[in-house]
Design a binder for this molecule. Structure first.
Ligand SMILES: Nc1ncnc2c1ncn2[C@@H]1O[C@H](COP(=O)(O)OP(=O)(O)OP(=O)(O)O)[C@@H](O)[C@H]1O
Ligand SMILES: [Mg+2]
Length: 284
């Protein structure tokens, strides 16, 4: 299990992550969502030990440090490679850093997994961003690991690449029992592949729910801005609300639908329509 306990991170006086607590089990795929600047990359860089932070991270009850990090976790951050080397030589170099033997077979296998076998002798300077993302994925697939953490792996990826990414991640989670945390703004991709999503808002986790639970929730679209009234009712914490185009949108679990509808009617709040969440974009 990967456990992040009370993680906090500030850049000077700017507190970017506040009391982050996350648990990821092996075999589980968790999506990390949040608007630009919410803190996703900062969280991932903290797990990678690239940033100093307050709090602790544990893998199987062992505290995570720079030394044991790569025994347990593989990462895909913004892909960066040696521009004047070929794809093959980059992987050979990177693989060689952690392993005594450079296995040609392992490298070719990883390139095949991401559909880059024909580009193996091409120099990185001739790669598109999407190809670099695929190569980054190939690199992260070469090692054995219990957890895989990916920051925006869908950026620049074409539909074929998306299918490859999808099937590789599913294979790792379902067959190799790898726990996966991935950030992305591609809500359909997240909805389809993840078991659970965590939503970050200005460095705070505002949601941590199973996708199935979210998809069976309801959205009540109100006719105008009822933020003030809803904030007074919020102590029930049975619902969340947000403002979209000056109209309030309330999200609730199916089991609380009747209760909340009664509450809204009692407050003489005008309802536009009620719909199943269905899409993550209705929720997030
Ligand atoms: N090295 C840094 N120094 C100072 N502030 C930083 C640094 N890195 C990130 N920040 C700030 O931390 C906040 C969170 O940034 P972060 O990159 O983690 O967001 P994000 O959720 O990954 O956004 P995006 O969706 O755009 O990738 C932002 O306000 C950003 O300006
Ligand atoms: Mg980011």
């Amino acid at each position: 299990m990967l456990e992040i306990r009370n993680l906090r991170k500030s850049f000077s006086s700017n507190e970017v992550l506040k009391e982050i607590n996350i648990t990821i089990k092996k075999g589980e795929i968790v999506g990390l969502l949040g608007k630009n600047g919410a803190g996703k990359t900062t969280l991932i860089k903290s797990i990678m030990q690239l940033l100093k932070y307050d709090g602790e991270i544990y893998v199987d009850n062992q505290i995570l440090t720079c030394k044991n990090l790569y025994k347990h976790i593989s990462f895909l951050l913004e892909p960066s490679f040696l521009e004047y080397f070929t794809a093959f030589d980059n992987l050979k170099f990177l693989y060689g850093l952690n392993n005594k033997h450079n296995s040609e077979h392992t490298i070719i296998d990883a390139l095949e997994k991401v559909g880059l076998e024909d580009a193996k002798d091409k120099k990185i300077k001739k790669f598109s961003y999407g190809m670099k993302q695929r190569l980054g994925l190939a690199q992260s697939l070469m090692e054995c690991f219990d957890f895989l953490i990916l920051d925006e792996p869908t950026v620049g990826i074409d539909p074929v690449g998306m299918k490859i990414l999808d099937s590789q991640l599913r294979f790792l989670a379902n067959t190799q029992n790898v726990g996966i945390l991935l950030s992305s703004h591609e809500l359909d991709f997240i909805k389809n592949i993840c078991d659970r999503v965590i939503i970050l808002e200005r460095g705070i986790i505002v949601e941590n729910k199973k996708i199935s639970e979210i998809m069976s929730s309801y959205c009540i679209f109100l006719k105008s801005d009822y933020t003030e009234i809803l904030q007074k009712l919020q102590n029930t914490s049975l619902f969340t609300h947000k403002l979209v185009n000056k109209r309030t949108q309330v999200t609730i679990a199916e089991s609380n639908l009747n209760k909340i509808l009664n509450l809204l009617v009692n407050e003489q709040i005008e309802i536009e329509k009620i719909a199943l969440v269905e899409e993550l974009s209705n929720y997030f």
